[in-house]
Each structure stands twice: as C-alpha cells, then as structure tokens.
Design a protein around this ligand. Structure first.
Ligand SMILES: [Zn+2]
Length: 56
C-alpha cells in the first residue's frame, strides 16, 4: 500500500498516510497526528505546497 506524506497547515509537521489508490481517489481525509488539524495538504518533497491550498 502506498504511503503519502501530508503537511499540516497549522503546525507544519508531516503526517504519513497509508491508503490504496482507490481510497485516495474517493478523497482521503487525513488528520494531523501532531495537533489533530484537518488542514492537511499532500506534500511532495521540495515542491511548494502552499500554492494549491484552498483558503476557504
Ligand atoms: Zn498539525
């Protein structure tokens, strides 16, 4: 099962999420394991993630 990395917009820490491709297609909801925030954005290493984060 692939592992995805998500960065928390509140505490800026990485949480790893394991999910099948099918589950991810349906919309994976990830909760920060550090602060419990739901404001998670998929993290792609050195790429900038803030540009695609929805503000509303
Ligand atoms: Zn957090």
């Amino acid at each position: 099962m692939p592992v995805y990395e998500y960065i928390c917009q509140d505490c800026k820490k990485i949480t790893e999420a394991r999910s099948s491709f099918a589950e991810k297609e349906k919309g994976l909801s990830v909760t920060c394991e550090h602060c419990g925030s739901k404001k998670m954005v998929q993290y792609f290493g050195n790429m900038t993630v803030t540009a695609t984060f929805p503000l509303h």
